[in-house]
Design a protein around this ligand. Structure first.
Ligand code: F6R
Length: 260
């Protein structure tokens, strides 16, 4: 696990975008794993800028969303399918038919989850997965207690997560209780994971998953077992890390050719 501490979300967005740009230029039909929420927005802004100004193309790329609310009607403004479209895929040239998300409206949720796993596999697996982390340590919507080997399935949100996400809805009563999410096993299959966390509100979660034990109580800690996990944090999110100085020293002295 590589921890990179950067001054602000602007630098975080740029560094993550560098990795995605390098991937898409090397492999135009790359499969991107797309997260929603606030954390990835600087990455999407930077990729949209590079698309507009530098001709970075996603024409052959594929995208798979991490998760989706259950119970929001198709086309709901806060459904993650819509958020991904609005924040990223409508701003670049990725083909709409190449962008997929778990189906939170399916009558047969189990069947839809299995089909989603099969679609990721058929596309060749995720090359680079963008992640945020919840204040309770969730990635995707794998809440505390999630099996470290889990696959795409339905989950119940913690009240803390519903409160955290209430800012996107007019009232907490409108935040669904259920979600469909890629499992921790699904996320672990991605070839490279890039997790972004900013702000002091994420400091405890970052401390726990980076430096605490690998345990289902903190789902993101499973990333300690990933062969290529990059954690991009600002100073506030890094403020509870014991080895912060070591991470800074390591990154400062890293050979430039290595990238993240
Ligand atoms: C979103 C997702 C969640 C968020 C997490 C952090 O697709 O999977 O794990 O990444 O809840 O959300 P923000 O970035 O809004 O703090």
């Amino acid at each position: 696990m590589e921890v990179v501490i950067l001054p602000s979300s602007k630098e975080i967005g740029a560094l993550a975008a560098d990795a995605i740009e390098a991937l898409v230029r090397r492999k135009p039909n790359a499969v991107l794993g797309l997260a929603t929420g606030s954390s990835p927005l600087p990455i999407y802004d930077e990729l949209a800028r590079r698309h507009d100004e530098d001709g970075l193309s996603f024409a052959e790329a594929h995208g798979f969303a991490l998760d989706e609310y259950v119970g929001l009607p198709l086309g709901h403004y806060e459904s993650y399918r819509e958020v991904i479209r609005r924040e990223f895929t409508n701003r670049v040239d990725i083909k709409p038919e190449n962008v997929h998300g778990p189906d939170g409206t399916a009558g047969d949720i189990l069947g839809a989850c299995a089909a989603y796993e099969a679609a990721i596999k058929a596309a060749g697996g995720v090359d680079l997965q963008i992640l945020g982390v919840g204040t309770d340590g969730h990635i995707g919507f794998n809440e505390p207690g999630s099996s470290l080997a889990s696959r795409t399935r339905i989950k119940t949100l913690l009240e803390q997560t519903r409160q955290d996400n209430a800012r996107f809805f007019s009232s907490i009563n409108d935040v669904p209780h259920h979600v469909v999410t890629q499992g921790l096993g699904t996320i672990m299959d991605a070839k490279h994971v890039v997790l972004v966390a900013t702000g002091v509100g994420k400091a405890a979660a970052v401390r726990d998953f980076v430096e605490g034990p690998v345990a289902a109580i903190c789902a993101a800690s499973v990333l300690q077992l990933h062969p290529h996990a990059t954690i991009l944090v600002d100073e506030a999110a890094a403020s509870e890390l014991k080895l912060a100085d070591y991470y800074r020293h390591t990154y400062t002295n890293k050979p430039a050719w290595q990238g993240i």
